[in-house]
Design a protein around this ligand. Structure first.
Ligand SMILES: Cc1cc2nc3c(=O)[nH]c(=O)nc-3n(C[C@H](O)[C@H](O)[C@H](O)COP(=O)(O)OP(=O)(O)OC[C@H]3O[C@@H](n4cnc5c(N)ncnc54)[C@H](O)[C@@H]3O)c2cc1C
Length: 208
C-alpha cells in the first residue's frame, strides 16, 4: 500500500507545523515512539525505541516481531512521538488541557539489510539512547545483527503539533474564584542502579 496520509491539520491548526527542522527537534528529544499499523482489519500500536538517522527514523525490533514482519511487507505505518510537557488546569473541565509536543511520521518503512548500514544504525540508536555508551561496548556480532531487524522510516510525510502556555479559558469563566495554571512536567533520570553481578572494580563512567 502506498497511499499518502492526510496530514492537513483540521482542528487547532495553529498548533500544527510541517516544518522539517521542528519535527526533527521534537523527534530528537525523545527515545520512544508508538508505531501503528493495521493487519487484517485489526490496528496495533506498538511502543518502540527509536532514533533519527538523518532524514530517516530508525526503529528496531526482533526479527520475530509481528510489527517487523508487517512493516517489512510494505504496509503503511504511522510512528508517533509524544512529549507530555505540562498539565493545564483551566477554570472549567472543558478548557483543561495538556502542553505537549508530538510528531507523526507516516509512510512505508524500509528493512535495512546491508550489514554495514545495519551496524551504523545500531550505533546511532545506542548513541541516542545513552550518549557516550557506544565506545565502551564490544562490536555487535554478525549473529546478533542477524537477530535484529532495523527499519528506516523516511521523514517525508510528517506533521508536528505543539501546545504551550497557560489555560485558554472562556471569558465568562475568568471571574471564577478557582485556581488555574500549568504544572510543568519533565522526565528526569534517577540514580543509576549497578547490576548486581558487576565486577567490583568497575567504575561508573561519567556519561551514565
Ligand atoms: C499528550 C497529548 C494529549 C492530547 N490530548 C487530547 C485530548 O484529550 N483530546 C483531544 O481532542 N486531543 C488531544 N490531543 C491532540 C490530538 O493529538 C489531536 O491533535 C487532536 O485531537 C486533533 O485530532 P484530529 O484527528 O481531529 O486532527 P486533524 O487536524 O483532523 O488531523 C489531521 C492531521 O493532522 C496531523 N495531526 C493531528 N494531531 C496531531 C498530533 N497530535 N501530532 C502530530 N500531528 C498531528 C496528522 O497528520 C493528522 O492526520 C493531545 C495531544 C497530545 C500530544
Amino acid at each position: 500500500m502506498t497511499q499518502k496520509a492526510d496530514i492537513k491539520f483540521k482542528r487547532e491548526a495553529n498548533r500544527g507545523s510541517h516544518e522539517y527542522d521542528l519535527a526533527c527537534e521534537v523527534l530528537d528529544a525523545g527515545k520512544i515512539c508508538h508505531v501503528g499499523f493495521t493487519q487484517d482489519d485489526q490496528t496495533y500500536v506498538v511502543p518502540m525505541a527509536c532514533a533519527r538517522m538523518g532524514d530517516q527514523l530508525l526503529i528496531h525490533g526482533s526479527v520475530a516481531s509481528r510489527m517487523v514482519k508487517n512493516l517489512t511487507s510494505g504496509l503503511n505505518c504511522c510512528a508517533t512521538m509524544t512529549h507530555f510537557d505540562g498539565l493545564v488546569y483551566a477554570r472549567s473541565t472543558f478548557n483543561s488541557s495538556m502542553n505537549y509536543r508530538s510528531v507523526m511520521v507516516f509512510g512505508v518503512a524500509r528493512l535495512i539489510t546491508d550489514l554495514d548500514e545495519k551496524r551504523k544504525s545500531v550505533q546511532v540508536l545506542v548513541d541516542h539512547l545513552m550518549p557516550g555508551r557506544r565506545a565502551d561496548l564490544r562490536a555487535s556480532t554478525v549473529k546478533e545483527l542477524n537477530a535484529t531487524s532495523l527499519l528506516a522510516l523516511p521523514i517525508e510525510t510528517f506533521s508536528t503539533k505543539i501546545r504551550t502556555g497557560p489555560p485558554e479559558d472562556t471569558k465568562s469563566d475568568l471571574d471564577a474564584r478557582v485556581c488555574a495554571g500549568v504544572v510543568p512536567l519533565t522526565q528526569t533520570a534517577g540514580e543509576p542502579v549497578d547490576a548486581p553481578n558487576l565486577l567490583p572494580d568497575i567504575k561508573r563512567p561519567e556519561y551514565i
